[in-house]
Structures are given as C-alpha cells and as structure tokens.
Unconditional design. Structure first.
Length: 203
C-alpha cells in the first residue's frame, strides 16, 4: 500500500510511476527513471509500480498495486508517469492529472505490437497526455513538472471530462479487440515449410 505523506514528504513533489500489469518488461522506462532520480532524489517522493519489470533501484518500488491502492496513489500524486495503457491513462485523467506517457515499444520487446505508441501519439496530438518517447523528452518533462506541477493538472470540467473519458475508454476497447484478433490470426495462419525429407514443419 502507498504510505501516507509525512512532514518531510509534504515539502517534496509526489511522483507516481505505473507500468501496468503486462507481462513484458519495461526496463527502458525503469532505467530512465533511475538515471533521473540520482539528480532529483531530494525533491521528489516516489511510488513506482514496476509490474513484471525488474525492481528499480529507487525508493517506493512495488511490483503491483491493487485497485484501491492505485486510486489512493493517484489521488495523492502531484505528477503521474505511466505506460500507454488506455485504462491507466483514463484513471490518471480522472484524478485530475495530465499523465506523462511513455508508450511501450514492441521493437524493444516491451509489447506485442505498436498500439500503445499509436494511441499515445493520438492523445498527445490532442493535448490529452504529455507524450515522451525518448530519455531527453522524459527528463525535460519531469523538470517542467518539478518547476510547475500545475502545468500537469487537468481542469475540473465535468462535462468535458466525461466526454474525453468515454472516448478514451472506447479507443481502449477497440485496441484490445484488435490485439486479440491479431493473436488469433497468428495461431491459425502459421507459415509451413517442407524439410528436405518432405516433412512439413512450422516456420
């Protein structure tokens, strides 16, 4: 469970990092966070939900957070950094955050396909997330957040928020359906090749 702020914490910016529950490791984000934290340690308090990724060498690292614990962590955070999962982004915005999003990259073994990149880029273009796809972008964005956390707060407009949340939820549902369909196609349509002895084998 995320711990309650003590007096020392109250003077520091509270940062939540959430990589979700996907089975693929997200070592890239964890490494970037470790490098940044060396310089920012005196200014931030951390909760890092690292999932199936190796535990980062920073304080506040936990593998997973239950639903209530995640809600509590988001409510108490000044800034939220997360992967490009639609559900995590939706929850962060619901708690009044403009999430700092680092989407998983399938070419680095972080996911099965590029749907997080496509989704996060679309939301970034619409101003619904702060998109970071490089170490430099993340460092610059976190520096901006340390200087002025209010830049990463979402205006409390209930009507607009409901509409945005519905759109994000629907896109997330579509993405999940596409990923599931792609997985089924890969199982049924495997290329087969003949060996020198005429036996068929999967390629």
């Amino acid at each position: 469970m995320p711990r309650q702020r003590d007096r020392a914490d109250s003077a520091r910016l509270q940062l939540l990092v959430a990589v979700g529950t996907d089975k693929h490791p997200f070592d890239r984000l964890v490494s970037w966070l470790e490098e940044w934290h060396v310089e920012a340690a005196d200014h931030v308090g951390l909760i890092v939900q690292h999932g199936h990724t190796r535990a980062p060498e920073v304080p506040g690292a936990v593998p997973f957070l239950g639903h209530d614990a995640l809600q509590s962590a988001m409510a108490g955070a000044d800034l939220v950094v997360c992967h490009g999962g639609p559900a995590t982004i939706l929850e962060a915005r619901r708690h009044g955050h403009l999430p700092i999003v680092v989407p998983r990259d399938p070419f680095q073994g972080e996911h099965v396909d590029d749907h997080q990149q496509l989704f996060a880029r679309r939301l970034g273009a619409a101003g619904m997330v702060a998109l970071c796809e490089s170490r430099e972008e993340l460092r610059d964005t976190l520096a901006a957040g340390l200087a002025d956390p209010a830049r990463f707060a979402v205006a409390a407009d209930a009507a607009a928020s409901d509409a945005q949340q519905a759109a994000v939820a629907r896109v997330g549902q579509i993405v999940d359906e596409l990923v599931a369909a792609a997985a089924r196609r890969r199982r049924w349509w495997r290329v087969r090749a003949r060996s020198a002895r005429g036996e068929e084998r999967d390629r």
